[in-house]
Write a protein that binds this ligand. Structure first.
Ligand SMILES: Cc1cc2nc3c(=O)[nH]c(=O)nc-3n(C[C@H](O)[C@H](O)[C@H](O)COP(=O)(O)OP(=O)(O)OC[C@H]3O[C@@H](n4cnc5c(N)ncnc54)[C@H](O)[C@@H]3O)c2cc1C
Length: 871
């Protein structure tokens, strides 16, 4: 409303100016238009100077107005020209600015800087520019499976899924059976990221992700177990940082499944703030295998460590201290003394591999994560003495553990949790679409009810987004990227979307999903959701602190350049770099303001984008919101500075805008990679509308909560000059999307590709799909019974079996039709059935896992965590 009023006001003012002073008005408009075009096209300062010199010369020669006024304009232009003289502007503007900037810049250790600079900037960086270059995204090769990878999915992976009995694992055993463990170990499931020369499978990130998604569609316990050795952990760290000796020793053993790894970072005192671990390693002399050597004495207490209870080799993160300078003598070229602390002996976070049997380690007890009994538990170490060679990469990489972890997180976070969540969501959509079609209430399939359709549409749209993000980002990793900010976006948004899809699937299934037992194919997935939300950076933290916090420094085209220039010890070079970055930044900010305003007014209709078809407008809106986002970021950073980090809700909203734009781009790219099947278009529309609407709403929320209210009002003019014009997906669109998964369509197959949907007696996904394919045959027969039998009173039975017999007797349906309908009804009722148990049966078969250990009975306040602090 306000936007419309302002637009009218501007039009009115221009019309008035033209009416009162036609020539002056036209000239003013020419100047404004020239400025807008130059800024929109992001031309250089020199181009501005030349263009305005020409315009001003023409105006001075032929235009009206007093000479004094013209003189003022020339003086202003002279100032603009002066800005082109670099030595002058450096002396007058950049140098004093840099001095103040340096004073305000928080100090940063080498470790912090390395962590911040870890990974690469990819499409996330383009979105920060306000003018993303689509060719960079669209030119990337679509992710594809090699013949070998496809064979693994169709062979061992399919066989593994067949072997899994999730109820047996989660309820009876509290563990996977020995044959599943054996199969995983010997068939390479723990070796997907290990190079072939060490006996691994060396799969692409995309294949790795597809394998996890497929297993997750069958069992979260098994997919979590497979995810960990292939994710951030010993194999990954050894691959990238291990010495050749370490690689040759461990990687073949890990590939053959002879060693089971875990990685222990988290402890009772350090969860989200993992860099603050109090676990210590002191470089000292000690005895190792009968010899006196320089080694490390470790004291640590870790918890929540996946695979710890069965691990044979423990990846350990600890803080290394070298109080006597022994490390320096042992490895003089290594271990630069960065250190976040001032203690000269504090080497920093270090990662090592410790064999399970090393004296002083206690491991083996289990945690019980929400009925998903993958192996997870605590590990303690007291005065564990190990050689320096146990450090991953050897003594030379002592103190570089945090950088290693952050670097590897850039890849790992894009794969494990997003793939598991996507596999779960695909299975939920596959099952729920079929279930909604075959489940009848009020004499109709529940898939016909609008309430159910809107939920199904959300499930489908979100799953498409998750799958697109997973596939395209994995493809980027295979292309050499280590996308650190997208990894945080995927971790947060894909797991949150997975949570929504799991909730929705439960709602559509009703009581069928509530009563657990072997027939319940949703409950364990639903129960597992909070695990994905918590691990690898808990979601609240990831949204509030990481996505935007890291993105603002890492992806912004100028911020990191300015920071590095200001910190450059070579002052002269630093000033040169700072000057270039500062003036580049100013032009960038002005351009984004103009682009945001112009695209806000025109709804980006004239923005040139690579697609001319049905998705063209979505490309344009991504560009529009990217410019608005970049503009908002600069205003926020300029006015709030470091305080923005504390204003987590504002940072989170900016992170949400960035994520929505990233995810919408992934959807468009994925659709392109799939050769744009026209049948999928409603899903693309739903997904893009949903994401772009979110982007608009989060920008709106940012503006509403921005502390400087006049500035917020000004920003609003540039960001949403016509008000909130973007709308969420319509009900009609939702209906079309829902229909795509409640029939056996190509879209349903494409969306749910890679799940375990084989038709066999123990696979509900296969059975549900079978029933769905039979529904179009059964429904017309049932309809005929209703119209010709029930309504005229010729058929009076209350249930379908009775009605079938009466309709057959009355000649309404034939014997073959009756047989087909009986068979369909039997199958449907099998699928609708839930489990029941004899009194006392529940809990009895749960075995060891459910039997409390003596320590569990102690009062909570009496439990003392064996946690050790200090060197
Ligand atoms: C099943 C399971 C498996 C795991 N596997 C492993 C493993 O193999 N290896 C390993 O090292 N660790 C593992 N973890 C640990 C996991 O990474 C941590 O649980 C996680 O980092 C969160 O730490 P925390 O649970 O102590 O929560 P806390 O750090 O106590 O956080 C509590 C809440 O506060 C929020 N929060 C914290 N700081 C901020 C902030 N600045 N701004 C906003 N919100 C904030 C968090 O988001 C969270 O919601 C596992 C955990 C679980 C539950």
């Amino acid at each position: 409303m306000l936007g419309a009023l302002l637009t009218l006001l501007v039009i009115g003012a221009v019309a008035y100016a033209l009416a009162v002073a036609p020539i002056g008005g036209v000239i003013a408009l020419v100047f404004v238009a020239a400025f807008l075009v130059l800024a929109y096209r992001r031309l250089s300062l020199l181009a501005y100077s030349v263009a305005f010199t020409v315009l001003l010369a023409a105006y001075t020669a032929a235009g009206p107005g007093p000479w004094a006024w013209k003189g003022v304009l020339w003086a202003l232009l002279a100032l603009v020209w002066a800005l082109n003289i670099r030595p002058l502007r450096k002396a007058l503007i950049s140098r004093p600015f840099m001095r103040t900037y340096r004073r305000l810049l928080p100090s940063m250790s080498t470790t912090e800087r390395e962590a911040l600079e870890a990974g690469t900037v990819w499409w996330d960086g383009e979105l920060f520019t306000g003018a993303p270059r689509w060719d960079r995204l669209l030119a990337a090769r679509p992710p594809r499976l090699s013949a070998e990878e496809q064979a693994f999915l169709d062979g061992p992976c399919e066989e593994l899924c067949r072997m899994i009995d999730d109820w047996d694992i989660t309820h009876r055993r509290g563990d996977m059976p020995a044959e599943v463990w054996e199969y995983l170990r010997t068939r390479g499931f723990f070796a997907m990221i290990i190079p072939k020369r060490y006996g691994g499978l060396e799969f692409s990130a995309y294949a790795h992700s597809c394998v996890l998604a497929k297993i997750a569609s069958r069992s979260t316990t098994v997919s979590s177990t497979v995810a960990v050795p292939n994710s951030l952990g010993p194999a990954e760290l050894l691959n990238h940082y291990g010495t050749e000796e370490q690689k040759s020793h461990y990687l073949p053993r890990l590939a053959r499944g002879e060693e089971i790894p875990c990685f222990a970072l988290t402890g009772p005192r350090a969860g989200s703030d993992a860099a603050s671990i109090p676990d210590t390693g002191i470089v000292c002399r000690g005895t190792w295998q009968g010899r006196e050597i320089v080694g490390i004495r470790l004291n640590f207490s870790k918890r929540y460590i996946t695979l710890a209870p069965v691990a044979t080799v423990i990846g350990l993160a600890f803080r290394l201290f070298d109080p006597d300078g022994l490390l320096r003598r042992e490895a003089p070229a290594g271990a630069p003394s960065d250190r976040a602390s001032r203690d000269p002996g504090d080497i920093g976070i270090t990662c090592a591999l410790i064999p399970r049997g090393t004296a002083g380690i206690s491991v083996g007890r289990r945690h019980f994560p929400l009925n998903i009994p993958f192996q997870n538990g605590p590990i303690q170490g007291k005065d564990v003495f190990v050689p320096l060679d146990f450090i991953i990469g050897g003594p030379r990489t002592a103190g570089q553990g945090w950088r290693m972890l952050v670097e590897q997180l850039s890849v790992g976070r894009c794969i494990s949790l997003p793939s598991n969540a996507t596999g779960g969501a695909k299975a939920a959509v596959w099952a729920t679409g079929a279930y909604a079609r075959i489940r009848r209430q009020f004499s109709a399939s529940i898939s016909r009810f609008e309430g159910v359709q809107s939920i199904l549409a959300r499930m489908v749209g979100l799953t498409y987004i998750m799958d697109a993000a997973r596939s395209v980002t994995a493809g980027a990793i295979d292309g050499g990227e280590k996308p650190s900010v997208p990894s945080a976006m995927l971790k947060y948004h894909v797991t949150e979307m997975g949570r929504q899809v799991a909730n929705d699937a439960m709602d559509v299934h009703g009581g069928k999903a509530i009563c657990i037992g072997p027939r319940n194919y949703l409950a364990r997935g639903y129960e597992s959701v909070p695990i994905a939300i918590t691990v690898e950076g808990a979601n609240v933290l990831t949204r509030s602190l990481i996505i935007f916090g890291q993105g603002a420094v890492r992806c912004h085209p100028y911020v990191l350049r300015e920071m590095n220039a200001a910190r450059n010890p070579d002052r002269r070079r630093g000033l040169d770099e700072f000057d270039a970055a500062l003036f580049g930044h100013m032009g960038f900010a002005i351009s984004n303001a103009v682009r945001s305003l112009v695209m806000g007014l025109t709804l980006a209709r004239f923005e040139s984008v690579p697609d001319r078809g049905a998705t063209r407008r979505y490309y344009q809106h991504v560009v529009r919101f990217s410019a608005s986002f970049a503009f908002a970021v600069d205003v926020a950073m300029l006015t709030l500075g470091g305080y923005l980090k504390k204003k987590e809700s504002l940072s989170a909203r900016l992170g949400d805008v960035l994520s929505s734009l990233y995810l919408a781009s992934m959807v468009l790219k994925h659709y392109n990679d799939e050769d744009q099947p026209p049948d999928d278009l409603p899903i693309i529309e739903w997904a893009c509308r949903h994401l772009l609407y979110q982007a608009q709403e989060q920008l709106h929320g940012f503006l509403r909560n921005f502390p400087n209210r006049p500035l917020a009002a000004l920003m609003r003019l540039f960001i949403v000059p016509r008000g909130l014009t973007y709308f969420a997906p319509s009900d009609r669109l939702g209906r079309r999307v829902a229909e795509l998964v409640t029939s056996a369509t190509g879209s349903r197959e494409r969306l749910c590709r890679f799940i375990y949907s084989t038709l066999e007696p123990t696979n509900p996904l296969g059975l549900l799909h079978e029933a769905l394919t039979l529904a179009p045959m059964a429904e017309p027969i049932e309809q005929r019974i209703r119209v010709e039998g029930v309504r005229p009173g010729r058929v009076t039975a209350l249930d379908l079996p009775g009605r079938i017999e009466q309709a057959l007797a009355a000649g309404i349906i034939s014997e073959p039709e009756a047989a087909r309908l009986r068979d369909y009804d039997r199958k449907v009722m099998e699928l609708v059935r839930v489990d029941d148990f004899a009194p006392g049966e529940l809990g009895v078969g749960a075995g060891e896992l459910h039997r409390p250990a003596p320590a569990d009975r102690e009062p909570i306040h009496a439990v003392v965590e064996p946690d050790r602090v200090g060197p």
